[in-house]
Design a protein around this ligand. Structure first.
Ligand code: FDA
Length: 391
């Protein structure tokens, strides 16, 4: 039996951050993960450059049954705190867009910073270690392939179900259920959307084309890049809207956000009426897309031949494109998992379960899901940090 003050399950962003803080406070910490390396999702994040936080953190950038739950932790350990840490570690970074901060070099620099800090804080890191069971009674007892561990504090930082190939298991939800903690239903989020055959046939030939688009679903809307793929639609604006989309709902795409197309087409008609409609449209959109839109609304001939009604049909097809997703690519490619351990069951200051002292949930396993853009890592750092002060 190996005794510790704190056992943390999951050496991802949240688990490592919690381990560092607890270790710095003099706690004897064991951090256990079944993966061979820590922070695998950090390594692949942000296209290998890790979008490690965002300058514009606020409750409206998070989805949860209780949107304000995350605020306490996000205020106690802020994006500026993490930025300062990255600076001190000598990691160069830049703002890409919309406040998103990325490493100039590699995401591995963030992992190295965390593993160095863990070593300095005396954290015992056990990788490639299978957890076969957790019991409660006189503290927590964790059965693993590396032996039995016991501690008065157990922190569950096993993440969500996204990308099983990378070690995601949903184990944290099972543990929550075992200990009587409520779990909000989970679903894949920040994920490409898929379409039924008829709409897919229109999208497939455009695979590889990227445009700026404003995508709306209900009250949510995002103006970012959109990518046509062989399976449907992807790119930041689609990933963002996927967190809000539900089965049966349509989405509306504006392919020329911030611009009114009709006066542009009418102006062109006056200036050069002999050009084809798709040629005029192709000054604003990729040509292949422009041709397809014009064909879809059955507008033929030159600009000069078109009635106002015909030009309005083109405008609507560009500015008000109605699509009906039938699903998503699922956990296989989802960046995060929506839902998770119900925040009502947790103390927002510490992440401790209200009904079971010593049990903590942090990071993605909790029902707090950020937008695309560094918000999810900031939640991992902030929730990990507050738990690290409390264990
Ligand atoms: P995380 O999933 O990171 O860690 C959980 C750990 O628990 C893993 O190491 C896993 O092996 C371990 N584990 C799971 N089950 C276990 C079991 N049964 N036994 C033992 N160990 C177990 N976010 C962001 O803010 N900026 C970005 O740039 C990106 N980019 C990005 C790209 C891609 C491709 C993905 C999939 C995700 C992102 N994200 C992101 C989201 C971000 O990666 C995610 O929100 C955090 O990694 C969550 O951190 P956690 O520590 O909570 O879980």
């Amino acid at each position: 039996m190996q005794r510790f003050d704190v056992i943390i399950l999951g050496a991802g962003a949240a688990g490592m951050f919690c381990a560092i803080e607890a270790g710095r406070r003099g706690r004897k910490v064991a951090l256990i993960d079944h993966a061979r390396a820590p922070g695998e999702k950090i390594r692949i994040s942000g296209g290998g450059r890790c979008n490690f936080t965002n300058l514009h953190i606020g409750p409206e950038k998070f989805l949860s049954q209780n949107q304000r739950f995350a605020l306490s932790a996000l205020r106690r350990y802020t994006q500026q705190d993490f930025i300062e840490r990255v600076r001190r570690a000598g990691i160069a970074f830049h703002e890409k867009t919309l406040g998103q901060l990325f490493c100039d070099g590699s995401a591995r620099e963030i992992i190295a910073m965390l593993t160095n800090d863990m070593r300095d804080a005396g954290v015992r890191l056990l990788l490639g270690t299978q957890v076969s069971g957790v019991a409660h009674g006189n503290g927590f007892t964790v059965q693993t392939s590396a032996g039995v561990f016991q501690a008065p504090n157990l922190v569950v930082a096993t993440g969500g179900k996204s990308i099983p190939k990378m070690g995601a298991t949903g184990f944290g939800y099972q543990l929550a259920a075992q200990f009587g903690q409520p779990v909000v239903e989970t679903r894949p989020a920040l994920v490409p959307l898929t379409f039924a055959v008829e709409q897919l046939e229109e999208l497939k030939p455009l695979a590889g084309i990227a445009v700026q688009a404003e995508v709306r679903c209900g009250k949510a809307q995002f103006r970012e890049g959109m990518l046509f793929t062989h399976r449907g639609l992807s790119g930041p604006s689609i990933l963002q809207i996927s967190s809000y989309w539900r089965e049966g709902q349509g989405i509306v795409v504006d392919l020329m956000p911030g611009k009114d197309l009709l006066p542009l087409l009418e102006g062109e008609k006056r200036r050069n009426g002999r050009q084809a409609v798709h040629t005029a449209l192709a000054t604003h959109l990729p040509e292949k897309l422009a041709r397809q839109i014009v064909a879809r609304v059955r507008v033929q001939g030159n600009l000069a031949d078109q009635s106002k009604a015909a030009l309005n049909r083109v405008r609507d097809a560009v500015k008000n494109w109605q699509l009906l997703p039938v699903g998503s690519e699922g956990y296989r490619t989802a960046e995060v998992t929506l839902g998770g351990v119900d925040t009502d069951a947790l103390d927002a200051r510490t992440m401790q379960a209200r009904t079971m002292p010593g049990l903590f949930f942090i990071g993605e396993v909790v029902d707090v899901t950020g937008w695309l853009g560094g918000y999810n890592f900031q939640w991992a750092w902030s929730s990990g940090w507050v738990a690290g002060q409390a264990v």
